[in-house]
Design a protein around this ligand. Structure first.
Ligand code: GTP
Ligand code: MG
Length: 199
């Protein structure tokens, strides 16, 4: 699939105030700073579409982008940022919980995982929660340009081993880099396939 058009629609903390749920939607989630906003920019060939930052905690709201006038990409705030107060963390939890469980046109969630670090319990807990709630998701390994091919493979193998402790069948997985654009075609084909199956 080729992205010809990508436009910001709106930011909101309440799923009920997001755009009307009439088109397929795909959301990006994961720890703060894992590269969610950068990946959206990489997929859309627009480095200024989603706001990125070297400091964690940049994205704070549910951000909708409309792609080719017929589906949405959604940038979400990250979890696991240590400097967030307890009350803000609770607000984040409610906002994301409501969005994920109530948004009727949310076809797939992409959980982004940093390929450079060993499996983190916060990622595992989130993934297990999605699985237990029957929410369709895929895993995206980010920042693979920062590692050798062998190290990326070892890191992914470790993550799969961790997933296999809880799950018999593993979710779809994508190896990406926003710098080299690795994984772009695979991800867009995956989305295109889901769009087709639901049209
Ligand atoms: P929050 O909005 O704070 O949750 O972060 P985020 O997950 O949206 O991360 P963001 O896209 O803002 O990227 C965080 C930092 O990682 C930025 O400095 C990016 O330039 C860098 N980064 C993101 N993706 C990649 C990548 O694939 N390779 C490299 N080398 N750096 C990346
Ligand atoms: Mg962000």
């Amino acid at each position: 699939m080729i992205i010809k058009k990508a436009q910001f629609v709106l930011s909101n903390s309440d799923y009920k105030k997001c755009p009307k749920p009439t088109m397929p939607e795909y959301a990006f989630i994961g720890r703060s700073n894992v590269g969610k906003s950068s990946l959206i920019n990489m997929l859309t060939n627009n480095s200024k579409l989603a706001k990125t930052s070297g400091k964690p905690g940049k994205t704070q709201l549910i951000n909708h982008f409309i792609i080719n006038d017929n589906w949405y990409l959604v940038d979400l705030p990250g979890y696991g940022y240590a400097k967030v107060s307890k009350s803000d963390r609770e607000k984040w939890g409610k906002m994301i919980y409501d969005y994920i469980t109530q948004r009727e046109n949310l076809y797939n969630i992409f959980v982004l995982v940093d390929s450079r670090i060993p499996p983190q319990s916060i990622d595992m807990e989130f993934i297990n929660w999605l699985g237990e709630n029957g929410i369709p998701f895929a895993i995206i390994y980010t920042k693979t340009d920062k590692l050798s091919k062998n190290k990326v493979a070892a890191s992914i193998a470790a993550f799969k081993r961790e997933l296999s402790k809880d799950w018999e069948e593993l979710p779809p997985q994508f190896i990406t880099s926003s710098v080299t654009k690795a994984g772009k075609d695979d991800l867009l084909s995956y989305i295109e396939e889901i769009n087709k199956n639901n049209s």
